[in-house]
Design a binder for this molecule. Sequence first.
Ligand code: KIV
Length: 279
Amino acid sequence: MSGKSKPTKVTTHVLQKMKNNGEKISMLTAYDWSMARILSDAGLDIILVGDSASNVIAGHQTTLPITLDQMIYHASSVVRAVRLTEAEGKRRPLVVADLPFGTYQGNTRKALKSAIRMMKESGAHAVKLEGGAEVKGSISRVLKAGVPVMGHLGLIPQSIYKFGTYTVRAKKEEEAERLINDALMLEKIGCFGIVLEKIPAELGKKVAEQLSIPVIGIGAGPHVDGQVLVTHDLLGITKDFHPRFLRRYLNLYDDIKGAVSNYIEDVKSTDFPNEKEQY
Ligand code: KIV
């Protein structure tokens, strides 16, 4: 025994230590108990209950329609899974839940109310809010109530109708400078980490070097402190989404489709259920 046992829970402090020690942070999305149980048991550092549930689970074209009630439902399902991992004596990930569009922008009181509802009703450990200077008041108010906040800069999907496209952000110097200032501001007011989405790798590097809090990238290059992907993309459940930053580890769309085709065939041919599969 070295005497240095691994912590049984990933907290914001553990993440900070990981950054300080140069240990990369792994983060993925989950929206339901079954998937969260697998990610949690696999030893992931952070589960993000992303508002990408709006696309991946509900089939909307954007993240805008998902509601706070729906996000709380998803987050509470994920929290029940990580609690099981913890109860079994294994290291459980930090659960970060997105506050959805319209629940924090432009109204600090509403932001606080939304964050408190998320924390109380889902049991999530932290919330994530998109944006920089324009949501500083909301993020500050949530932080002052003792709720850990993760920021999100670069491509921020809740503002897709302002941007117009999902292309790489902050390629021009002016936008890159604004992003760095926003990142520094988020650290200063007390965010425990930030997500950087779809920006040039060099800019990701700069931000990670300038910030002392963990910087997690999705399409932000290899020099940030950790990586996040949408689990359904990584597993190949989503089929028609091929951004350059995505690495697919499985092709579950085809695998599941094949399995279901086999099942249909077996039912139609009366091969299923066989003698051993009945009472
Ligand atoms: O909602 C989400 O899945 C996210 C990730 C893309 C970072 O915010």
